[in-house]
Design a protein around this ligand. Structure first.
Ligand SMILES: [Zn+2]
Length: 76
């Protein structure tokens, strides 16, 4: 399962189709309820990880989809 999003690729220099693994939020919501909120940090981490796994379908370059991570990457 994966999400497809149109994102601007730095490598291609234009908006291209990016794919990243989809987070099954309904499953995580259920787990969060069952564990009385203990699952929330895990849910957040899984979401962040999945969002960071996006890559351009045109050049195959991985991109950080979240602005926070993009900012972090630029500093390197
Ligand atoms: Zn690209």
């Amino acid at each position: 399962m994966s999400n497809r999003v149109m994102k601007r690729c730095k490598e291609c220099g234009k908006r291209t189709l990016h794919v990243h693994p989809r987070t099954s939020h309904s499953v995580h919501l259920l787990l969060a309820i069952v564990t009385v909120g203990l699952w929330l940090p895990v849910w957040l981490m899984v979401t962040m990880y999945n969002n960071s796994q996006g890559h351009c379908t045109r050049c195959g370059k991985s991109v950080w989809l979240w602005p926070f991570f993009r900012r972090h990457q630029r500093r390197r």
